[in-house]
Design a protein around this ligand. Structure first.
Ligand code: UD1
Ligand code: UDP
Length: 373
């Protein structure tokens, strides 16, 4: 009698079609180099867009700019509470997986689309590969922490971006043969587009000042509570007393920031969310960045732009040890920006090297593992 498997399906390469699940802005940036590397190997693959993000500036612009193939299907799930959105994702994905019978499902990051796809695939016995496995903030109030922990448990392949992520997976009892350190596909996309980040051109087109702070914020802890938003806006206005602030506004916080009068300061410039090329160019040309974004902490690490992260923790500590990232609170922002403006040494990484394997080859490594070439 054969015993029941006590591991999720598939740490070995799977035969059959590889199906990538993407749904939210950071997913597109991470998936692009993986899809590209598999394409060059002639792998059979398709891209399923869940529709978690749907505005042109949150979704389609990334497909146009990053060379991602048009999704084979868009489930059009849209917005809702966590339960509503996750349930809709699961229903749509179950139908999709049942009709496609993928050999392997590849999920990215830590958004609701990620965990929904992993859960549906695991119950259909379809092997799951998780790109960006093992990141931990150890903060269960973040929906992303719930999503990533569950996704890793459900994944036969855990593809990690940093050594500490590998350690977290080991601590949680995930066997080493399921885990691979592959580097960071988001950085593949950055390095592959370096020539496209033309700061002079953007400065002219958007009429940007010579010196500015770039800001992007969307975490529930920063943008959902009107009192917290009001305090944050007061501090951003103090920053703007010193230097222009340019902020492409994520749709989650738009109404709250407007209600709190963020745009009332003459040196605060509010924009629609930017496409990838314009946004990274904005970051590249900035004096400093204020953010709570996961991906932006990583991109500033490579671009060596000081990054002030408005969070009490980060699942990406390598961006502090090997990068320019610093955790802070809104009350400290004006003082930190004034130090940066006078050339304070802040932002010089403790370790001169960039994080290991953030070398533009993560997509290739992942494709090799997925196809066993
Ligand atoms: C989601 C992810 C978060 C990720 C972020 C990247 C979850 C739980 N959260 O957060 O981890 O860092 O994406 O940007 O998966 N909206 C629009 N247009 C869009 C998309 C969203 O207007 O195209 C608005 C809607 O009002 C929606 C709100 O933004 O209710 C939040 O969208 P949602 O996808 O639920 O979460 P995000 O905050 O974007
Ligand atoms: N980004 C973008 N336009 C913007 C803000 C961010 O293209 O206006 C890019 C950013 O460069 C990074 C990705 O979106 O590649 C990060 O997505 P986001 O901050 O929404 O999600 P997180 O990384 O926090 O999950």
């Amino acid at each position: 009698m054969s015993s029941a498997p006590d591991e999720p399906a598939g740490s070995a390469p799977a035969s059959g079609e590889i199906v990538h699940i993407v749904g939210a802005r950071p997913n597109f940036v991470k998936a692009a180099p993986v899809v590209d590397a598999l394409e060059r190997r002639g792998a059979r693959q398709s891209v399923v867009h869940t529709g978690q993000h749907y505005d042109d500036r949150m979704s389609a612009v990334f497909f146009r700019e990053l060379g991602l193939p048009k999704p084979d299907v868009d489930l059009g799930v849209g917005s809702g509470s966590h339960a509503e959105q996750t349930a809709a994702l699961m229903i749509g994905l179950e139908r999709e997986f049942t009709s496609r019978s993928p050999g392997r499902v590849v999920v990215y990051g830590d958004v609701n689309s990620t965990v929904a796809a992993a859960l549906v695939a695991a119950k259909l016995h379809i092997p799951v590969a998780h790109v960006e496995a093992g990141l931990r903030s150890f903060d269960w109030t973040m929906p992303e922490e719930v999503n990533r922990r569950l996704t890793d448990q459900l994944s036969g392949l855990c593809l990690a971006t940093s050594p500490e992520a590998v350690g977290h997976l080991a601590d949680e009892g995930i066997p080493v043969d399921r885990v691979h350190l592959v580097g960071n596909p988001m950085i593949d996309t950055l390095l592959g587009n370096l020539d496209g980040f033309d700061v002079g051109e953007l400065r002219g087109r958007l009429e940007l000042p010579e010196r500015y702070v770039a800001a992007t914020l969307h975490r529930p802890a920063n943008v959902d509570d009107p009192d917290i938003v009001a305090r944050l806006v007061a501090r951003l206005h103090e920053v703007a007393d010193q230097v222009d602030v340019v902020m492409p506004v994520h749709p989650r916080g738009r109404a709250a920031f407007e209600a709190a009068g963020l745009g009332d300061h003459p040196r605060v410039h509010l924009l629609e969310p930017l496409g990838y090329l314009d946004f990274v160019t904005l970051v590249r040309g900035s004096t400093a960045v204020v953010t709570d974004s996961g991906g932006v902490q990583e991109e500033t690490t490579i671009l060596r732009v000081p990054c002030l992260t408005l969070r009490p923790n980060t699942e990406r500590p390598v961006t502090i040890t090997h990068g320019t990232n610093r955790l802070t609170v809104s009350s400290e922002l004006p003082g930190l920006v004034s130090k940066i403006l006078v050339g304070d040494s802040f932002g010089r990484p403790a370790v001169a090297d960039i994080p290991p394997l953030w070398d533009g080859q993560a997509g290739e490594r992942i494709a090799t593992i997925l196809t066993n070439e």
